[in-house]
Design a protein around this ligand. Sequence first.
Ligand code: PLP
Length: 365
Amino acid sequence: MARAPIYLDCQATTPLAPEARAAMLPWLEGPGSDGFGNPHSPHRMGRLAAAAVEQARDEIAALCPPGGRIVFTGSATEALNLAIRGTAPAGDARPVAVSTIEHAAVLDTVAALGVPTVTVPVGGDGIAKADAPLGAGTRLVALMQVNNEIGTIQPCDALFDRARAMGALTLCDAVQAAGKLAPVQADMIALSAHKMYGPKGIGALWVRDGVQLAPLITGGGQEHGLRSGTLSPALCAGFGAAARLAKERMEEDCAHVERLWAAALPLFSQWSVNGSVSARWRGNLNLRKKGLDAGRLISELRRIAFSAGSACASGSGRPSHVLKAIGLDPASAKGSIRIGFGRYTTAEELSEAAAAINAAADAQG
Ligand code: PLP
């Protein structure tokens, strides 16, 4: 029998928590059940489904600051689009400020708007400069809480304080941080279920009360007119259960990841860590080795799921703008890998993977 894969790519996606799966199942039932109602229908079945959606909304909101509401979307990418485009009235040409290491969902969306972009640089440690100029008349400042490629924790509070003082809106991409770290104070926060052991195909934008948003998708007027389309009670319930679990287990999950990190570092003593070690989500071990071809390494080690640090994590095959931003030359970026571990990773899996990765890397000479 083939041996089970070793999954070390938790920044790309996380396995569905059994609790999230269990919460989804009643809403995937068919004829003869009362689990398939449209949550926007007024009859009993519809109201049951709507109650599940609202419970999930509350569970996800509990990962965010008080004083706002959750708008469900199809992904965090859609949530970030809603935040960036939905706060820009037609013809608004005011600049938007973003760090150089934001996800493509932010960088490409701002670029597509065609407004001037103020770039907030990062240091060699992978941390944005919180004192960088934000530009005159900037309407929106976006900064991620944890970087998806190198795991560095960003100075959102410091940058957003300055943004607020100049009257700009603030947007936090918390996809890699929600359920792991305390929330930051922002006007909008983007979340994704599948990065916190929930299902794929659902995200959310948390919006502070009073922030004016225009919809990107019009139609039946669901989500208070902000995102038309029938919600999936199964996806919402799975997301909600995942969020509740993440909140309940935050300390335990964090301690587990710290233990794995401490165990992993000596296993990779021949490698250098990309990005700050201290201001970091320690479930992200982005490493580089001189002369290595990371792409080849990944194709040789088919039982282990991990990432090439040089390829943008979006899977587009674009070279990593993050490794470039922290000053790595193309050869160092090509020799970089990302090992991502989390709640369900064991120390045994990590050491088995490290032995295989090191042997294959050494064989490259
Ligand atoms: N932002 C960050 C930091 C991410 O890591 C990702 C996914 O890789 C996204 C946004 C997009 O999330 P989704 O897959 O829900 O569109």
